[in-house]
Design a protein around this ligand. Sequence first.
Ligand SMILES: [Fe+2]
Length: 251
Amino acid sequence: MRILQITDLHIGGVQEDTFGVDVRKNFDTILEKARKSAPDLIVITGDLCFETGNKEIYYWIHSKLESLNIPYSIIAGNHDDSSMMAEVFGLDNLMQQEALYYGLMMEGHKVLYLDTSKNYLPKGQIDWLKDQLKTGNDRLIIFMHHPPAQVGVPFMDENYPLENYLEVQEILLESNREVHVFCGHYHIEKTICIDKLSIHITPSTFFQLDQQSESFKVDHHNIAYRQLDYSLSNFDTEVHYFRGHNLKKVI
Ligand SMILES: [Fe+2]
């Protein structure tokens, strides 16, 4: 089973200035690279929109993903509107308590998709997550926009953390199961391991942030997707980088 994770697209409206970065061309580039690696599934982990949910942007992303003919899943980030996304992507049936969250079985593994678009995991999803952790005792894969941890990146940890990260982290650790969380939001590459919990943070297709700076500082404009290959006996993940584009030339 091969899954490609793409995150933090931050697509702007037509003619909208997105810090001089050609985010639509970046997304086209990532999808073309993704197609060549022949994944079984593509997962988009939030912040599809530059700043706020926008139907035109969601329709544009939807048409790009549909034309690939590769199965895909989406979740919302803090720059998205979950119900607007669900409407455009035909996922209204998955909306619960104004959030887009769901679970699937894939090659014998449970895969959960959470909605942290309000910058915290709401009570309804906390209860649902606890229930999901009770069934089965094998490896669990979770896609969510925010990492459920302090990451060691001062600017993001102080200003934009998952507000109840500690509560979510404790629930995952108490399950005493091997849990792999795949997220974005930080615009960096990093993996954090706490006991049986691994949190994999995937770079953006917009820009990457400096991991030491206490204020907003771009590190570089290479873009990336994460590849995850797994079976019952195997679990490998690696990040692949490509050149990003600005609005006039290759950066
Ligand atoms: Fe975000």
